[in-house]
Design a protein around this ligand. Sequence first.
Ligand SMILES: Cc1cc2nc3c(=O)[nH]c(=O)nc-3n(C[C@H](O)[C@H](O)[C@H](O)COP(=O)(O)OP(=O)(O)OC[C@H]3O[C@@H](n4cnc5c(N)ncnc54)[C@H](O)[C@@H]3O)c2cc1C
Length: 467
Amino acid sequence: MIRLGGKHAVVIGGSIAGLLAGRILAEHFERVTILERDQLPEDGGPRKGAPQGLHSHIMLKAGELVISKWFPGFYEELNASGEVPVIDSADISWFHYGVWRLRVRTGMPKTLMTRPYFEWKLRSRLCTHANVVLRQQCEVTGLLTNESGSRVTGVSICQKGSGDNPEKLAADLVVDASGRGSQTPRWLEALGYPKPEETTVKIDIGYSSRLYQPPENKRFDWEFLLVYPKAPYGSKIGFVQAIEENKWMVTLAGCIGDYPPKDEEGFLEYAKQLDKPDVYEAIKDADPLTPITIHRFPASLRRRYEKLSRFPEGLLVVGDAISSFNPVYGQGMSVTALGADALDACLKEHAVYNKGSLAGLSRRYFAKVSKIIDTAWMAAVTEDFRYPQASGKKPYGTRWLNWYMGELFELASIDQKVYFQVILVQNMVASSRTLFSPYIIRQVMKKNWKKRQAEKQIMPVSMNKEV
Ligand SMILES: Cc1cc2nc3c(=O)[nH]c(=O)nc-3n(C[C@H](O)[C@H](O)[C@H](O)COP(=O)(O)OP(=O)(O)OC[C@H]3O[C@@H](n4cnc5c(N)ncnc54)[C@H](O)[C@@H]3O)c2cc1C
């Protein structure tokens, strides 16, 4: 292993991004300290600092692959434990864009579980690394720098129970994994650096979720049921996801302010109004196990650190602190995982080309990670812009892409090859360019030609003559 000159790396935040960054840094630094504000549950329970954990989470295949690389046997152990459902795409019943997708075995197993359970298992594995320390109830209150402010040299922290005495913790590298509410822009400004430009796309989405015990006397032919609307004509979404301990996580979500309610009756009524009744039919006889919790997500957000002309040495930003996407596309944790992999690549390249010095690492890292974010951002926000109420910077070609992707979504209900490619791209394991293969373009053109022929046939005779 090639080690960098740095001895001690500090990570702010012990959630998914913090744990993954911690794992990567453990390869490159002698010691890694992860600082987490929350008291962490000793089981797979939810916690205050990650309230999204009470809502349905799915890891895309690309994310699973990165986890397996850094935590070998992670999924195999979970799957063998029998605690979690392991499914294939044929076990997913997905109504999307006005059609039911094909249900074909792809041979890509997927492990379903709640986010807190996943985080707990990941944390347990990371804590077996002798050079990693996780400090809980420890809030980072600021950055420490050298005299000129050109280099971050550590963090100031407040450990619960230690009175009002802030502690100084020195570090060769500080990685901010503190989520969407990251203080780095504010801290940078206070140090005399420019703040990163923020790009947002407003989508005003609301989530309402609760756990259920599936009904004993009913069998369903799916393990994961998703009902999405045909945007922009509908805005209501519903998921029923099998999770650990044979329970269901049921999430209802609504875009552009169409928030699902928090009360019992309203929850069921909202489920009834989805484009298909399947979610309602599944839960109407199931036993609720928890109260309904809500979460609001106003906008996808991207902080453009890669565009900054000045940035201090010794500092990086990862995970939701750098980009957070409309959650209905399930990209956040996978983009975070791909970003962690990019961090490893940068540290390796740096160790070779910079003779072990950390100087210039942030430039290399932000450039690499922004390319990963570009792909996920484009996929999420172009879909969001199907709604005229979505606001923000519209990527070039959105209208055409919406049309093309709509055709593919419809084809994914009848054409196995198209279905398979759409699944691979949505799981971020194939490039979106593969959706423009000669075969797929031909299928789209054929579909369109047939549509136009059908339209001609239903036109009144007089109009047909004019044409
Ligand atoms: C409703 C909802 C549903 C989602 N669904 C999916 C999904 O299906 N699939 C998917 O991949 N992603 C999903 N996401 C996104 C996903 O939750 C995040 O991308 C992922 O958890 C990575 O987050 P993170 O670790 O960067 O930040 P967070 O999970 O927000 O964690 C930040 C951590 O930092 C700690 N912290 C903050 N400030 C400090 C400080 N000053 N000092 C010390 N600690 C601090 C916090 O306590 C917290 O533990 C969803 C998000 C939401 C909101």
